[in-house]
Design a protein around this ligand. Sequence first.
Ligand SMILES: [Zn+2]
Length: 172
Amino acid sequence: MSYVCELGTGQTLYLENSANQTFVTLSSGSSGQQQQASSGYQTGTWTTPPQVNQTSRGTIVKITTATGEYNILIQGSSMSVSKETLSSEQNEPLPIKPTEKKPVSSMKPMQPMQPLKMGNMEMNLNTMEMKMGDMELKMGSPSVKTPNFCSQCGAKVNSNDRFCANCGHSLT
Ligand SMILES: [Zn+2]
């Protein structure tokens, strides 16, 4: 079961339900400059087709499944899912249509993985995947500190040290 919805912002939204998971793929840009973001959520099987609403907060996708209602908020290229009903002043339903077509890029939406268990360490990759958007944004900011050395004795000093801990030489 797949649906496609054209968002007013030049983005195309693909919604797919398979194996109890909802896959949301957001595709934007013109040909050659395609940008695509995908997320998978454990929602259960849809009981009705999803509803897409353009609101003042962003695009809200409402998914109704056997286990309840999920609201996916899309703001720009970021997505977040919530079990709470997201309400907004302006609510403009967007038409969605069933599709057989997959997102333009051949990249398949990432399959949400089951929690990994290794000994006493447990890692939930689903949460990691949702945080990946933020991580990518932070990757551009350089925060690597190059080690400093005392010009007097060559001992390693911290970049915010005012004096060398080894010889007391003033570093400022
Ligand atoms: Zn020194």
